[in-house]
Design a protein around this ligand. Structure first.
Ligand code: HEC
Ligand code: HEC
Ligand code: HEC
Ligand code: HEC
Ligand code: HEC
Length: 362
């Protein structure tokens, strides 16, 4: 089983994001300044259509329940920002506050409608109404219907901070997607995370509620757990094979804090566990003396199409007749949750469970 240090997301690691974050987010955020219309007396005023909620109430309601809306106020983000306040964080977690770091209201909007839809005074739309929209200017942006709408924030490297290897990704979701069957089948991020439907008038609508870790159905289908439990004289060996199933990237994906734990146990309480995560350690580059924190192992479930994760666990209970397994996903490791006063997150989120009968070989 994989060993090694915990996620080395130290204070300096996060601060080290500064440069990279800005570079990574630059493509996306270069034009995110809220459009302002200069009026004659030189005082800037904002167009009325910037109040998206006034007309798009349903989408606004969906968005308000999403982690994009809470990307700044989220207690896990706030706890980490308090430990390592990098100026880059706002670029992805609260774009509206980049230009106004002291504006708490702007920050509290998280990733708002403007961050994704407004550039240079135009509203970007993947599927503009052929007849146009009277309420505001609309510009066709076909990229909004592709994974590129998500790339700027969900794929980025470590900063060149002298501590981390800047050639390595801090978040790698788009690259994971690129080698998955989802990419082959042209299933975008939106297809799983922004459910699509037609409204009563046949207009295409996408949910902004952002299906994610709060959606038990999405989680339950993410991974298929196959296994065999075989008893011998001293205990039971559980051979596991985990396949990415209805998912478009590794499991878990995203932030380095994420980890999943697969626990197996018998009725008598014998227990063992497999930790699924990216393992970082300080190592010397094989080509030279370059000393950096880099990824030394990855025990996550690979994206579908990129092979299964195979591993073996051992239970010290030779008379067991069945083995129960449970898969839980942790937004942050239990120890990290407790040390930040976020005890509610210590137990993680139930993903799936099942059992294997114990086979006896003579
Ligand atoms: C005064 C009302 C109003 C306001 C304010 C408003 N919209 Fe719209 N918007 C509409 C109407 C009406 C449509 C066309 C029908 C529909 O899609 O609901 C539309 C369509 C859209 C579309 C699809 C493009 C198309 O051609 O159909 C997008 C994307 C959009 N709005 C985003 C926004 C965003 C983002 C904001 C805030 C920055 C905003 N809207 C503010 C009324 C408004
Ligand atoms: C402006 C940056 C930005 C863009 C653009 C962006 N995201 Fe995110 N996304 C974030 C951040 C930051 C979080 C984490 C928020 C938190 O955990 O508090 C996040 C979280 C998520 C989550 C986790 C939700 C959950 O409940 O677990 C999903 C899913 C997601 N984004 C999908 C997408 C998709 C799909 C797109 C493209 C259509 C996209 N994002 C575009 C920054 C962005
Ligand atoms: C075939 C469906 C599918 C596709 C396509 C897909 N995802 Fe996911 N995504 C999932 C499932 C299932 C989960 C929950 C398990 C997990 O967290 O890994 C998830 C979780 C996430 C999370 C939350 C991770 C966390 O721990 O907070 C983010 C962020 C995310 N996806 C972003 C993306 C992005 C960006 C893309 C496009 C490159 C994408 N997803 C494509 C199914 C999909
Ligand atoms: C993380 C980026 C992101 C944020 C934040 C966001 N949107 Fe969108 N929105 C998209 C994407 C991507 C699409 C197109 C999805 C597709 O067609 O695959 C879309 C589609 C739309 C559409 C046209 C389709 C439909 O369902 O009517 C409207 C209108 C819209 N958004 C309004 C809003 C409003 C209003 C807000 C704020 C409450 C908002 N969006 C916030 C990314 C975002
Ligand atoms: C290039 C974009 C980007 C930058 C810069 C960035 N983040 Fe994030 N961050 C994300 C995305 C995307 C997610 C969501 C991934 C997921 O759901 O697993 C995230 C997730 C997180 C999480 C986990 C939140 C949760 O809900 O569990 C924390 C904590 C966090 N970021 C802190 C920070 C801090 C602090 C900074 C600045 C030092 C920062 N981030 C800079 C994109 C970014």
């Amino acid at each position: 089983m994989a060993g090694g240090p915990g996620p080395a997301m130290s204070r300096r690691a996060r601060s080290g994001l500064v440069a990279t974050g800005l570079v990574a987010a630059a493509g996306l955020l270069a034009h995110v300044e809220p459009p302002v219309h200069a009026v004659d007396d030189g005082v800037a005023s904002t167009p009325a259509w910037l109040d998206c909620a006034a007309c798009h109430a349903e989408i606004d309601g969906q968005w308000r329940d999403s982690l994009h809306a809470a990307a700044w106020t989220d207690p896990i983000v706030q706890a980490e920002f308090a430990r390592s306040p990098g100026p880059s964080c706002r670029g992805c977690h609260a774009p509206a506050s980049v230009a106004a770091p002291d504006d708490a209201d702007a920050a509290a909007r998280g990733i708002d409608c403007v961050a994704c839809h407004v550039r240079d005074g135009w509203i970007l739309a993947a599927w503009p109404s052929p007849a146009g929209v009277l309420a505001h200017p609309v510009r066709a942006a076909p990229a909004q219907a592709t994974v590129d709408a998500c790339r700027g924030c969900h794929q980025f490297d470590f900063a060149d901070d002298g501590i981390h290897d800047p050639r390595e990704p801090l978040q790698d979701t788009l690259a994971e997607w690129a080698r998955s069957t989802a990419a082959e089948e042209d299933r975008t991020c939106q297809s799983c995370h922004m459910a699509e439907r037609r409204d009563a008038d046949g207009v295409r609508r996408t949910s902004h509620a952002l299906r994610g870790l709060d959606d038990p159905e999405l989680l339950a289908e993410a991974v298929r757990v196959d296994g065999e439990a075989i008893a011998d004289a001293t205990g039971v060996t559980v051979q596991l094979e985990l396949h990415g199933h209805r998912i478009g990237h590794a499991f878990p994906t995203g932030d380095l804090f994420r980890e999943a734990v697969l626990t197996v146990r018998t009725d008598d309480g014998a227990k063992d566990a497999l930790v699924l995560k990216r393992w970082l350690a300080s190592t010397i580059d094989p080509d030279g003396d370059d000393h950096h924190i880099r990824q030394v192992d990855d025990t996550r479930v690979p994206p579908p199409g990129d092979g299964p994760l195979r591993d073996e666990l051992r239970l010290d209970d030779p008379t067991a007749t069945r083995v129960q397994w449970e898969l839980r996903l942790h937004r942050l490791a239990p120890g990290a949750a407790r040390s930040r006063g976020l005890d509610a997150h210590a137990s993680g989120i139930a993903v799936a469970r099942g059992e294997f009968p114990v086979q006896r070989r003579r």
